[in-house]
Design a protein around this ligand. Structure first.
Ligand SMILES: Cc1cc2nc3c(=O)[nH]c(=O)nc-3n(C[C@H](O)[C@H](O)[C@H](O)COP(=O)(O)OP(=O)(O)OC[C@H]3O[C@@H](n4cnc5c(N)ncnc54)[C@H](O)[C@@H]3O)c2cc1C
Length: 439
């Protein structure tokens, strides 16, 4: 479990550009001071949705014990503050198998996510976190025959799951979104919009008193078997229990390296648009569109009169900014040829962890070491509930939700490099070609 064998690989995410969401907020003072003590009862590695939810729940369950949360970045600058801000309480991966039928698996996931949404909504309300929480659902839209087929297959699954949605044709979509680009789609109520950097900052800045937060302090090695030693760039800490919540970067610490990989995806936000331009973006003041192909573009009209676009994947490394800018600009132009200009005020990349079968690792890695890793791109809600449940698992609590989370399929094996890279890069290229106009 030490890093000497992998010193050439990134052990934590380092980004080329700041997160636009974070840049739109007032400056925040990060927690940079090293704590006086070096021993803690639990150390949580990663202050994203998973890590902060785990720390919050552990602090509630063990109010007399001390918890240290360490993150390599400042809060708001990691993926938790770089994502598109869709808090979706439906299964993202509808093809997960397991020991029961796909319908049973979907129902368990829906049960877990509904509980997660309730929990997150309560925390936001009780802690007074101002993050633009807006439960208005989301659109799914297709511009191609293949995209329409994908959406119709998902709609059929929704019918089987008993999940509501409203089917929309090109005219209805044009009225709501201001573009005639999409030929078919539907609206699903299962989504809340947030300003993600505001949400993660709010979650970090309202942690209970027995949680110590340390930011901008990369963990570079994890050693021992309880007590564990956590080595960081500036210091070293010990704990009897570790919660690993650093997503795809867990593999750099020697954990699940044959199950996880990281991809980068990219987003850009326009400046505040004048009323004359905003009127071209449909009748609603806030909306979001999920593409009909995984390699397609996500769109979001955000509070405050801006448009966000997210698209493209790259394997384990951030691609050139010029390439990203060209792709996102093209996406914007294709959908809104009537706009006066196509400027972006912010453009950034962010990482997320994927697994081969789309399953998240959730549970005990070995005694004292617990992990929830591999959110597969929908981790705002998943991280919030899995982090909470992980704290319950670590403290020996029992509940139906925990039993359900533990019963879901685990990530499958990935081949080693260079086969892994070749496989993932080929899959990205193939999917991008298939996506066509959904990009
Ligand atoms: C552009 C983009 C758009 C997205 N859109 C959405 C969306 O709309 N909805 C959605 O649900 N999800 C979305 N995602 C995915 C979402 O951001 C992740 O699923 C979510 O952040 C996962 O939460 P997490 O806490 O499990 O992991 P992360 O948020 O990745 O948190 C892991 C933390 O660990 C830290 N870390 C890593 N290595 C180390 C180390 N060695 N030492 C210390 N700390 C370390 C990182 O800095 C990070 O803060 C998007 C992602 C991107 C990049």
């Amino acid at each position: 479990m030490n890093l000497s064998h992998s010193s050439t690989k990134a052990t934590y995410p380092v980004y080329k550009n700041a997160s636009g969401w974070n840049a739109m907020l007032p400056i925040r003072q990060p927690h940079l001071a090293l704590p006086k003590q070096s021993r803690f009862d639990t150390i949580v590695i990663g202050a994203g949705y998973t890590g902060l939810a785990a720390a919050r729940r552990l602090a509630e369950l063990e109010p007399d014990r001390q918890i240290l949360v360490i993150d390599a970045n400042t809060v708001g600058e990691s993926s938790a503050g770089r994502n598109s801000g869709f808090v979706i309480n439906l299964p993202h991966n509808t093809k997960l198998g397991g020991h029961t039928s796909p319908l049973e698996v979907a129902k368990k996931q829906i049960h877990i996510y509904d509980a997660g949404l309730q929990l997150l909504a309560n925390t936001v309300r009780e802690q007074g976190i101002e993050c633009g929480w807006n439960p208005i659902g989301k659109y799914h839209a297709a511009a191609t025959d293949a995209g329409i087929k994908n959406l119709k297959a998902t709609m059929q699954q929704y019918r089987e799951w008993g999940v509501p949605f409203t089917e929309l044709d090109n005219t209805a979509l044009r009225e709501r979104l201001g573009t005639s680009y999409y030929r078919f789609g539907y609206h699903s109520p299962h989504n809340v919009f947030v300003q993600p950097a505001a949400l993660i900052r709010g979650l970090a800045d309202t942690l209970p008193e027995n949680v110590h937060l340390l930011e901008s302090e990369p963990v570079i090695a994890l050693q021992g078997n309880g007590p564990f030693t956590v080595k960081t760039v500036r210091s070293e800490f010990q704990a009897e229990r570790i919660i690993l919540a650093n997503n795809g970067f867990a593999k750099a610490l020697g954990i699940l390296s044959d199950r996880l990989f990281s991809i980068y995806t990219y987003a850009a936000v326009t400046p505040r648009l004048p009323e004359s331009e905003l009127s071209k973006l449909g009748t609603e003041s806030e909306w979001g569109v999920i593409p009909a192909n995984r390699l397609g573009s996500t769109l979001r009209r955000i509070q405050g009169g801006r448009l966000m676009i997210r698209s493209a994947y790259s394997y384990e490394k951030e691609q050139d900014e010029s390439k990203t800018r060209a792709l996102l600009t093209q996406s914007y132009k294709q959908r809104y040829p009537q706009m006066a200009s196509y400027q972006f005020e912010y453009l950034w990349g962010g990482t997320t962890a994927l697994t081969r079968n789309g399953a998240t690792f959730f549970g005990q890695v070995r005694p004292g070491l617990y992990a929830s890793l591999g959110c597969n791109g929908a981790g705002v809600l998943k991280g919030s509930i899995y982090g909470t449940l992980l704290a319950e698992l670590a403290t020996g609590s029992q509940s139906q939700l925990l039993t359900e989370a533990l019963s879901l399929e685990a990530p499958t094996w990935l081949p080693p490099e260079p086969f892994r890279r070749i496989g993932v890069v080929s899959a990205i290229r193939y999917q991008a070609a298939l996506a066509g106009l959904e990009r």
